[in-house]
Design a binder for this molecule. Structure first.
Ligand code: PLP
Length: 415
């Protein structure tokens, strides 16, 4: 049985229309006519539910948003122009100059520079920790800490966090907890573990075929009784809680980030994302199964592979606890040197060489010379970027073909 069986019915039924055009309608319009002034007034004060302007909401994107919110058990979702747009939206809607962020794990290159360089320029300081540094994380919390940020799977270090333990730290301290779940949609449900906000680059496995750049942020409902967002730390969003109740985090993101920064999704990309989403449960199950078979076989053949399904991986127990269905497309191979890594990639007949992940095709990239080429040695070490490191994203090809291709490339690279 497919571990994502429940979603198979939900996605295809929610995405297709029963009458008229079955394929979702693409609304490709920047602006919308209100008809008359009274309706215009109603649209702006929220009492009339009609599109206002595509920067703050597009009907095709709204359909995708309602499906993604349900997928994660959230109350609402905002789609964005890219995954970086989603991260920017989620973080910028909560932080002000002088605030602090604690970032744990991986870390995706763009996310790292966003926190370390860009947010820093606006007076928001981020401290970075490995997933296992729980005591240091607790000690790093100050009265200014607004966000604890985590990637579900370290990309590309493949380290896994004890999400329960980190969620407890955030919730005990009354701090918002955000999880970038790009690599593991359906496989991990962050809101079930006490996260407040889930972030996606839908560019990756959700769309799954390089046809559309996009992002999404899913929000939990604000509780009717006690809620950490009602505390002093978040006093600047209390007016949204008063007005919008359980939808407050969504309203904050729309008013403070989407409206003013404009990282908006568009109808055509949202349409392509829905076409991908329909088959996500099937592709995710296929890829998870393939990855385990492939890493096992490569490991047996003496290749230095890094994946948490391997007994020798330091987070194998966490893999079994939190990721019963798998951790998605990624694993890494360490070829020892840059030269050998280049040879391995160039010798392969299957690999598409690119910076993307989560595609239908198998992709790979040498890390040190590309995404992390701007980073100094110390940062590379922290992020686990060694000279011979290749990140692999397994596609839908037969695992037999991939194993054969990789073993041949490996052999030819060591001559
Ligand atoms: C790709 C990626 C992003 C950024 O997404 P884009 O759509 O490329 O902007 C963020 N986080 C993770 C984990 C990613 O893999």
């Amino acid at each position: 049985m497919n571990p994502f069986e429940d979603y198979t019915t939900f996605f295809v039924q929610a995405i297709g229309n029963k009458e008229g055009a079955i394929s979702p309608t693409i609304t490709q319009s920047a602006s919308f006519g209100y008809g008359d002034s009274e309706t215009g007034e109603g649209i702006f004060d929220g009492s009339v539910k009609k599109p206002l302007y595509s920067r703050v909401g597009n009907p095709t994107s709204t359909k995708l948003e309602s499906i993604l919110a349900k997928m994660d058990g959230g109350v609402a979702c905002v789609t964005t122009s890219s995954g970086m747009g989603a991260i920017t939206l989620a973080v910028m809607s909560l932080v002000s100059s002088g605030d602090e962020v604690i970032s744990i794990g991986g870390l995706f290159g763009g996310t790292y520079s966003f926190f370390n360089e860009t947010l820093d320029r606006f007076g928001v300081k981020t401290s970075f920790f490995d997933v296992d540094e729980l005591d240091s994380i607790k000690k790093a919390i100050t009265s200014k800490t607004k966000i604890i940020y985590l990637e579900s799977v370290g990309n590309p270090n493949m380290r896994l966090a004890d999400i329960d333990a980190i969620s407890k730290i955030a919730n005990d301290a009354g701090i918002s907890f955000m999880v970038d779940n790009t690599v593991t949609p359906l496989m991990l449900k962050p809101l079930d573990y006490g996260a407040d906000v889930v972030i996606y680059s839908t560019t990756k496995i959700i769309t799954g075929n390089a046809s559309a750049l996009g992002g999404a942020v899913v929000f939990r409902a604000i509780n009717e009784g006690e809620d950490k967002f009602k505390g002093e730390l978040y006093k600047d969003i209390h007016k949204f809680i008063k007005k919008m109740g359980k939808m407050a985090l969504f309203a904050v993101a729309k008013k403070r980030a989407l409206r003013d920064f404009g990282m908006s999704s568009n109808g055509f990309s949202s349409y392509l994302t829905m076409l991908g989403l329909e088959t996500l449960p099937l592709r995710a199950a296929r890829v998870n199964e393939s990855v385990e078979i492939i890493v096992n076989e490569l490991d047996k053949n003496g290749i230095d592979v890094n994946h948490p399904s391997l007994e020798t991986h330091p987070h194998n127990a966490l893999y079994k606890k939190y990721f019963k269905a798998g951790t998605g497309n990624l694993f890494t191979i360490d070829m020892g040197t840059k030269e050998k890594a280049f040879k391995f990639i160039n010798n392969s007949k299957l690999i598409t060489v690119t910076a993307n992940i989560g595609d239908s095709r198998t992709l790979a990239l040498h890390m040190g010379s590309t995404i992390y080429s701007d980073f100094d040695q110390e940062t590379k070490k922290f992020l686990g970027i060694s000279d011979g490191l290749i990140r692999v994203s397994i596609g839908l090809e037969s695992p037999k073909d991939i194993i054969l291709d990789f073993l041949e490339s490996y052999k030819a690279s060591n001559i």
